[in-house]
Design a protein. Structure first.
Length: 129
């Protein structure tokens, strides 16, 4: 585990109704970031880390990081491991199961493929005869 790794038990952000309504703004921002990761990852069955649509939360000198979070559910602990491939921000989310953001009961199987940049051949329109 790297220094600066964010370790989170999602239930610590919840009130008795399972909501974030009671949180002050800074804590609410973090809770919304983490719950977005939970919603994305728990709704998909993938092997290994997958890029999500969740933007990185970090900024340096008031310039926001442009990375998108990569995340996966660890098989041995069921924690969600996440990281930003651009700035290296990272962490683990535990106790996300059975929260309102847990979508594992509706999860779809996704065959994760590595990103391959388009080639010149794939960008050429088909010839018309």
């Amino acid at each position: 585990m790297k220094p600066g790794t964010f370790i989170c038990n999602l239930t610590h952000y919840l009130d008795e109704k399972g909501s974030f309504n009671h949180l002050p703004l800074p804590a609410l921002r973090i809770a919304l970031f983490l719950s977005s990761i939970v919603g994305w990852v728990s709704g998909r069955f993938v092997e290994g880390p997958e890029r999500t649509n969740v933007p990185c939360r970090r900024s340096r000198a008031r310039i926001p990081c442009l990375g998108e979070i990569e995340a996966e559910i660890l098989e041995d602990t069921f924690e969600i491991a996440w990281r930003c491939p651009v700035c290296g921000d990272n962490g683990f989310i535990s106790n996300w199961q059975d929260t309102r953001w847990d979508r594992s009961s509706d999860a779809i199987e996704v065959k994760s493929k590595p990103y391959l940049p388009p080639t010149r051949e794939s960008q050429t329109p088909p010839s018309v005869h």
